[in-house]
Design a binder for this molecule. Sequence first.
Ligand code: GLY
Length: 296
Amino acid sequence: MWSIIATWSFSLQCVEKGETILKSGGRALDAAEMGVRLVESDPAVDCVGRGGYLNADGELALDAAVMCGDTLKTGAVACVRGFEHPVSIARAVMEKTKHSILVGPYAEAFARQIGFAEAPPEYMITETARRKYEEEKRRRGKPSGHDTIGCLALDDAGSLCVATSTCGSNLRLPGRVGDTPIIGSGFYVQSGVGGAAATGLGEDIMRTCCSFRAVDLMRGGMSAQEAADTVVFTAHNTLRQCGLKPDCIALIVIDARGNCAGASNHKGFVYACARPGESPRIVSVDPVIDKDEQED
Ligand code: GLY
């Protein structure tokens, strides 16, 4: 039975799109990709695609990935400029090459070769994004903002797939890559077992390999909620034990039957989800970490 879940309230449009595809017997990969494309095009979402945060050079460089849980094949791109839909370039990497990740100008050349239309900076970089960049630069602010759209979809055939996309943080160093295109950290799916996708500070999520851990815990018998809570709680405490101050880490998880869950180490995390008999809705997540230990 189909099911779909995605990070943050801005992903409601993604879940609604995915629902229409899955309801009519469509594939999980199409549902996840098509849903994420809507968010990539939405200039009001400042952490994904068009209208996203700029790097320290004032460029919009995007990361995205897809993974198919039947084959464990994955495709990802990092630091792609001048294309509206990095998630679809990531899918082309998975389907048309023997590789997993292409980066920067090489990923852009691949996209051109495949025939993806280029999107000029005046379309991709909005006035609001440019203004936030200039303000932060004047304030000499440190990189901020690190949310991601991650969408996990299960279709009626039992295939689990994931698609992710982000622009990373405002004022990040050019060339910086977070967890979003990194298998096992930002995402992981295995059909018949489950899937996970992360949002939050990529450096912390990569240090703790959150998504693979969640799927592995479900393989060992945990429910989606137990796996999500355990991974976020353990990641937060592991970082603390190693002398670090954990930033935001949040995870969405789905099991092989379509049960969905979310966990976070900070307040304010929400996800969108839908399944047969449950229309697309937003779910708030209570932090698994005590209030006095949460990042402000
Ligand atoms: N989680 C997205 C990033 O850190 O780039």
